[in-house]
Design a protein around this ligand. Structure first.
Ligand SMILES: [Zn+2]
Ligand SMILES: [Zn+2]
Ligand SMILES: [Zn+2]
Length: 159
């Protein structure tokens, strides 16, 4: 299913996360980093409670048990830095897969496999431009666009 060097993929994302956080004087605390690492472990979207479960599994003895607000705050932080995206139709989150510059904004388009849960992210270039032009034509100012496609991924179609 993962037809690429995923270790490299994780390292690259973690490095970028540090760079982006530094450039915005935002603090990538151990817990925020842990949430990002959990999402980076696979290219799948996870719900906040799935993440919380994993955090609790990973916790070492003597550490205080992570609580839901911790996860939500970490997710909020990572969302603001564009390091993760939310799948609105599932109320879940996945780590951004786009190679980007520190200050680059992008409109993410998510292709979510209903069979294996894999998420493929692409930048929505032309589709987005059309949307913005259309909105412009009647004076609408877009602030938030959700682009989610549900279906069956290439590897699941082979089975
Ligand atoms: Zn990967
Ligand atoms: Zn992204
Ligand atoms: Zn699939």
């Amino acid at each position: 299913m993962l037809s690429h060097d995923h270790k490299k993929c994780i390292n690259k994302s973690i490095n970028l996360a540090h760079k982006i956080a530094n450039s915005k004087a935002a603090k990538l605390t151990p817990q925020r980093l842990q949430v990002l690492r959990i999402l980076l472990a696979g290219h799948k979207a996870l719900g906040a409670y799935d993440i919380l479960e994993i955090m609790r599994e990973q916790q070492s003895e003597g550490q205080s048990r992570p609580q839901p607000p911790t996860v939500y705050r970490a997710l909020e932080f990572l969302l603001n830095l564009n390091l993760i995206h939310k799948v609105e139709s599932q109320n879940s989150y996945y780590a951004c897969m786009i190679e980007k510059d520190v200050n680059e904004q992008h409109l993410a388009q998510a292709f979510i496999c209903d069979n294996c849960g894999n998420v493929e992210e692409k930048i929505a270039e032309t589709g987005a431009r059309n949307l913005y032009e259309k909105a412009d034509s009647f004076g609408f100012k877009i602030e938030h666009v959700i682009m989610e496609c549900r279906g069956i991924c290439a590897s699941c179609q082979l089975v």
